[in-house]
Design a protein around this ligand. Structure first.
Ligand code: NOJ
Length: 564
């Protein structure tokens, strides 16, 4: 057996023990993209005082934890995922005093702040990199990953950057290449260097002392990379580093940690989040996202939506982490398209489909994450020209794809579906100019649908998407079956309908959801047919699960029954 199999076997053994209950099992997390959330000083860029001004909004939704995308000092090549000072705040977002106030105001309302920990790489303006760049003799040289050119003078190997092109850039000063798995301005830190790890842990402790409630860890599966073997994720020491980090920083604190891991499998998720592993609370896995991407062109050419596949992926993760480890649950984030545009019907049935998606996700086992604006049904943005996009990934990919012969129209079509800016247009607070996000011209255009899709309108309508989210969040707090119930899927091969149950202590919750914009008949298995209490529905309440149901377009409901 190799190391990985040994570790996995140990993790599975642990799974046979009862789960230890944690506060974040019942919590709902809300992700704020600070640049686009709320701009109080009118410079067109969202800021920390803006976030503080919306704490009551988040509290009334029922949110427990707020994850902030990076707020640190940064040249903003990748909107803050390129940090030039880990212990300061980007001036456009505010000051450390603003941050401390946000933490304490959140705490006063019973909410915690989770920071984005971006430690796979820094900005090329970070003082460590400025030093490192000075040449091989510099004490910070080994903070980053430098290699001599290949014999032909080209990059040392064929590693690629996620933002297009080689992952290596030649620095003329020393004649060596440095590694950047993202933009040329995001050099990768060398985690094999104990001095790097010690600095990172020191910085993490400094933030923990400020009273934060946790960390979301950016591309954390990359930190064990071994570049000479072209291993990027799941390197041989990845879990050693995470255990060391846990020991030296947050291990003895009761916080929430979630790792962004595009490479995670159900097996490795148990390594990250299994009990007694002393690593993380949970990871974000992306299998339900990438199963819709083209094998060759990735997200720039998506496949037709396949509900059977989606159910099997989500179900696989529910089963795999049912007794040990913990799932995160999400449809969207700042890198993904808007959920209702991707999986629902943003034009025909915007409210019904948004509520259906929320119902399916929030009643699964795991911690739900809501991406800002999802709770009011914000949609993808219909940009028509590349000039309207701001994201470095989209701009780089545009250049590369056009050079490779793709027509500008085709590229925009792909971007309209999957570009990251779909999620990054300003939060739509009201029908006021710029959606009430700012009094100045926003850094990226507001989605033109803000007069009809906005928080003010949603909050006053009892049957709104917003109120549906609010109900779901409250249900999780009230019903342990939603938090800990055993998951079971039904009608796995039904092409249009998602049915699952959750069972705990003589109670069974059955969730039924139609993923189509038309009526769909469904025959329920005998075991599920019984009367019960309808906890939530996006049409009329259903309090009896009969043999033959006809579901309305995007209809979704959950019925709680006693089985004993
Ligand atoms: C993942 C983040 O979510 C994304 O926004 C960022 O561009 C990359 N990591 C690089 O930090």
């Amino acid at each position: 057996m190799n190391d990985f199999q040994d570790q996995l076997a140990a993790a599975i053994k642990q799974a046979e023990l009862p789960i230890e209950r944690k506060w974040w099992h019942t919590a709902t997390v809300y992700q704020v993209y600070p640049r686009s959330f709320c701009d109080l000083n009118g410079d067109g860029v969202g800021d920390i005082p803006g976030i503080t001004s919306k704490l009551d909004y988040l509290k009334s939704l029922g949110i427990d934890v707020i994850w902030l995308s990076p707020i640190y000092k940064s040249p903003m090549d990748d909107n803050g995922y390129d940090i030039s000072d880990y212990q300061d705040i980007a001036p456009e977002f505010g000051t450390l005093a603003d941050f401390d106030r946000l933490v304490s105001e959140a705490r006063n309302r019973g909410m915690g702040i989770v920071l984005d920990l971006v430690v796979n790489h820094t900005s090329d303006e970070h003082p460590w990199f400025l030093e490192s760049r000075k040449g091989p003799g510099n004490p910070f040289r080994d903070f980053y990953i430098w290699r001599k050119p290949a014999p032909d003078g080209g990059p040392p190997n064929s590693l690629k950057s996620s933002f297009g092109g080689p992952a290596w850039t030649l620095d003329p000063l020393s004649g060596e290449y440095y590694l950047h798995l993202f933009s040329t301005r995001q050099p990768d830190l060398n985690w094999e260097n104990p001095a790097v790890r010690a600095e990172i842990y020191k910085m993490m402790n400094w933030w923990l002392e400020r009273g934060i409630a946790g960390f979301r860890m950016d591309v954390i599966d990359y930190i064990g990379k071994q570049v000479d073997r072209e291993i990027v994720h799941d390197g041989p020491h990845l879990h050693d580093y995470l255990q060391e980090m846990n020991r030296r920083t947050f291990g003895n604190r009761d916080i929430l940690t979630v790792g962004e891991t595009w490479s995670a499998t159900p097996g490795s998720a148990l390594l990250y989040s299994g009990r007694n592993r002393h690593e993380l609370s949970m990871v974000f896995q992306f299998e339900h996202v990438t199963q819709q991407w083209d094998e060759m062109f990735g997200k720039w050419r998506s496949k037709p939506f396949d509900l059977v596949k989606l159910k099997s992926v989500l179900g696989k993760w529910q089963y795999a982490l049912s007794d040990d480890g913990w799932n995160s649950l999400f449809w969207g984030n700042h890198d993904l398209p808007r959920a209702v545009s991707k999986y629902g019907d943003a034009t025909g049935y915007p409210a019904e489909s948004a509520k259906m998606l929320a119902t399916v996700l929030h009643l699964m086992k795991g911690t739900p994450f809501i991406y800002q604006g999802e709770e009011i049904g914000m949609t993808n943005v219909p940009f028509t020209t590349i000039e309207q996009y701001r994201d470095i990934e989209t701009l780089n990919m545009h250049r590369l794809h056009i050079e490779a012969g793709l027509s500008p129209e085709e590229f925009i079509k792909g971007a309209n579906e999957n570009a990251r800016d779909n999620a990054r247009t300003p939060m739509q607070w009201s029908a006021a100019p710029y959606g009430g996000f700012s009094t100045g011209v926003p850094w990226i255009e507001v989605n033109p649908n803000y007069p009809t899709i906005n928080a003010e309108r949603e909050m006053t309508d009892e049957k709104s998407i917003w109120n549906h989210y609010r109900k779901l969040i409250a249900l999780r707090k009230r019903h342990p079956v939603i938090v800990y119930g055993i998951y079971q899927s039904w009608l796995d091969s039904h092409p249009d309908v998602f049915v699952y149950s959750r069972t705990l202590d003589g109670e069974r919750l059955v969730v039924v959801a139609n993923f189509r914009a038309r009526e769909v008949p469904v025959e329920l298995p005998g075991e599920l047919r019984m009367p019960g209490e309808c906890l939530i529905s996006n049409y009329e309440p259903v309090d009896r699960l009969d043999e033959n149901l006809t579901l309305k377009p995007y209809e979704a409901f959950a019925v709680l029954a006693r089985t004993l």
